[in-house]
Design a protein around this ligand. Structure first.
Ligand code: CP3
Length: 344
């Protein structure tokens, strides 16, 4: 890890497991449709336009920092952006989520994936990192991110969202060599892409394995864990803290944590104190249920206090939701969460 800079705020300290004056907090999907200023930009620009234009991406990155008083910013981008230079054809249909025009279904498609240099293939993302970093208030670090090999592979194979992950798992079971080749390629790319984001100024990096919890523990270990480890190892060259995030990982939390990362993301299905018992002395990020943010304020406040009580003032707690902010979330509710977490 590089020398500590004087402006290291509570978020970076907590990532390193150090004590802080208050618990740091940020929210996954803190830039998005729940915020009027984001919706205003979306009225005239598509999601991909916001991502492609560094000035707009930086502007959206700063919106929740100004509005909520969170301790970290996360770059405005999407985990699926690498699919464009990989030639898979990415689009987002309103209300329907991502669509991949040329999904990967066989070994030939895996072999056709080009070898990419992140600096060239996603130059606009790295430019957005530099711009956002230059515009952020002092002491507010930028988090860079990428999709984990499994979660990216699931979109690449399914062609869009899925509930059962049937095509993904069939590919894994029927064509294990092609599967490992695909995840190896994705791990290699996202690991270098993450390190490039750190080189551009990101002070922490998050690997999103949003859907990995659909796997049985033995399948996680056999088909996924080595690739996530490889991506995190490569990202480590960036010299900044790594956050390893997944949901529904309760069935194999120890293996998920063992794959790597300085900070382990935990969702609301595992109470924080239980998570610490299971993975030992590691920094943890989480774990309020995003739906709790839709509840009446007294109910929400009770749940925030419960998360804090389970963390019990341990060093190395970063408060977050267990998954992303929902579009119907009232802005004032997130502001109240930040106040409570900082005041507790
Ligand atoms: O504020 C932030 O967190 C930074 C921006 C960010 C976006 N996507 C922008 C976005 C981040 C970190 C992501 C990650 C992402 N993208 C993940 C992993 C995190 C998670 O939520 O599990 C995944 C699975 C994706 C893929 C993706 N992008 C989906 C499934 C969707 C459609 C679902 C939806 O909410 O509409 C997107 C679109 C998307 N990416 C939006 C945003 C703000 C909403 C789109 C909009 O403005 O129309």
């Amino acid at each position: 890890m590089p020398d500590r800079l004087p402006d290291d705020g509570r978020f970076l300290k907590a990532c390193r497991g150090e004590a802080t004056d208050a618990t740091p907090v940020w929210f996954m999907r803190q830039a998005g449709r729940y915020m009027p200023e984001y919706r205003a930009l979306r009225a005239t620009h598509s999601l991909l336009e916001l991502c492609h234009e560094p000035a707009l991406a930086a502007e959206v990155t700063l919106q929740p920092v100004n509005r909520l008083g969170v301790d970290a910013a996360i770059l405005f981008a999407d985990i699926l952006l690498p699919f464009e230079p990989l030639g898979l054809g990415l689009s987002f249909a309103t209300g329907e989520g991502p669509h991949i025009a040329r999904p990967i279904r066989d070994v030939a498609a895996v072999n056709q994936l080009p070898e990419l240099e992140p600096e060239a293939a996603l130059a606009y993302v790295l430019q957005a990192v530099r711009l956002a970093v230059s515009q952020l208030p002092p002491g507010i670090p930028l988090i860079g991110f990428a999709g984990a090999p499994f979660t990216l592979a699931s979109y690449a194979i399914e062609g869009g969202a899925t509930r059962s992950f049937a095509l993904t798992k069939r590919f894994m079971y029927e064509q294990p060599a092609a599967w490992h080749r695909l995840l190896g390629k994705l791990a290699d790319f996202v690991g270098r892409y993450l390190a490039a984001q750190a080189a551009a100024g990101a002070r922490a990096l998050q690997l999103f394995d949003s859907w990995v919890g659909c796997l049985a523990p033995a399948d996680y270990r056999e088909y996924v864990q080595p690739h996530s480890s490889h991506a995190l190892d490569l990202a480590g060259a960036g010299g900044v803290p790594l956050i390893h995030f997944g949901t529904e990982t309760g069935g194999f939390l120890e293996d998920f944590a063992a794959a790597g990362g300085d900070v382990v993301g935990v969702d609301w299905r595992v109470p924080l104190d239980v998570a610490w018992q299971r993975i030992g002395a590691r920094a943890i990020q989480g774990n309020l249920d995003p739906v709790a943010c839709l509840a009446p304020l007294p109910v929400l406040e009770g749940k925030v206090r419960d998360v804090l009580a389970r963390a019990a003032g341990r060093a190395g707690h970063i408060f977050n939701l267990g998954h992303g902010v929902l579009p119907e979330t009232p802005v004032e509710h997130l502001q109240r969460v930040v106040e409570l977490v900082h005041g507790a």
